[in-house]
Design a binder for this molecule. Structure first.
Ligand code: ADP
Ligand code: MG
Length: 243
């Protein structure tokens, strides 16, 4: 199996507080990893370390066998390869849908405007948002905004896409449309790490489920192992609360 990302002995402290402790895991090409765990267990901080929105305190993160902590890393290039989709979309509210999906390609990938628009349209089509290219984010529902955010991330042609609770801020009736798009991406073989509370999605789509508790990986395994046959008491306790 080809390793896309490998996390080795990662810890993160905020001041004296260690919120991630000795995290180790590997993301293989074409796989979907779902990170689950209670609020405050460190899931977002871990994703942010993978994207270098936070710097790990100790340990390392290898992307395609090279440390992302190396001085020579080009941060913008790296983030085009390892993209992130956020809970609150983080769209540019002063730009329309098409412009949101074009700007990163032009500034980071140095694509021409024509090329960038073509690619943006292709991915807006894929997420079912092509008819909204002139709309402003403020005119869209949460589910539509999130689909645009996903198209924007895809337009960078990422090698790995990180999702931080992409449906947690949505009205219940728009959650499904976003999960459907994500499942479609997984089926097409995109490598993904997804923080989610949608256990049905994790069960269906994940290759590997990682359960975090108080800054450590408490248990990991296939969906079958984690959901049908959890070994750790804290996994059982978490699942009994959420399912
Ligand atoms: P989760 O995403 O699982 O809810 P987080 O990664 O957001 O958890 O948070 C893990 C812990 O780290 C929490 O206790 C949170 O308060 C703390 N934390 C997160 N970001 C910061 C920060 N920038 N400064 C200080 N503490 C933080
Ligand atoms: Mg979080």
């Amino acid at each position: 199996m080809t390793s896309v990302m490998k996390v080795e002995g990662l810890s993160k402290k905020f001041g004296e507080r260690e919120v991630l402790k000795n995290i180790n895991f590997e993301v293989e090409e074409g796989k979907v990893i779902c990170l689950i765990g209670a609020s405050g267990s460190g899931k977002s901080t871990l994703l942010r370390c993978l994207n270098l929105l936070e710097k790990p305190t100790t340990g390392d993160v290898l992307y395609r066998n090279e440390s992302i902590l190396s001085e020579s890393l080009n941060l913008f290039k790296y983030r085009s390869k390892v993209g992130m989709v956020f809970q609150h979309f983080n769209l540019f509210n002063n730009l329309n849908v098409l412009e949101n999906c074009v700007t990163g390609q032009v500034t980071v990938l140095k694509a021409s405007k024509e090329e960038a628009e073509k690619r943006a349209l292709r991915f807006l089509e894929e997420v079912g948002m092509a008819q909204f290219i002139h709309a402003r984010p403020s005119q869209l529902s949460g589910g539509q905004k999130q689909r645009v955010a996903i198209a924007r991330a895809l337009a960078m042609e990422p090698d790995l896409l990180l999702f931080d609770e992409p449906t947690s801020a949505l009205d219940p009736q728009t959650v499904g449309e976003v999960l459907r798009v994500m499942k479609q991406l997984a089926d097409k073989g995109l490598t993904m790490v997804v923080v989610t509370h949608e256990m049905q999605f994790a069960r269906e789509v994940a290759d590997q489920v990682v359960f975090m508790d108080q800054g450590v990986i408490a248990e990991e395994g296939t969906p079958e192992e984690i959901f049908n046959n959890p070994k750790e008491a804290r996994t059982k306790e978490f699942l009994s609360r959420i399912l």
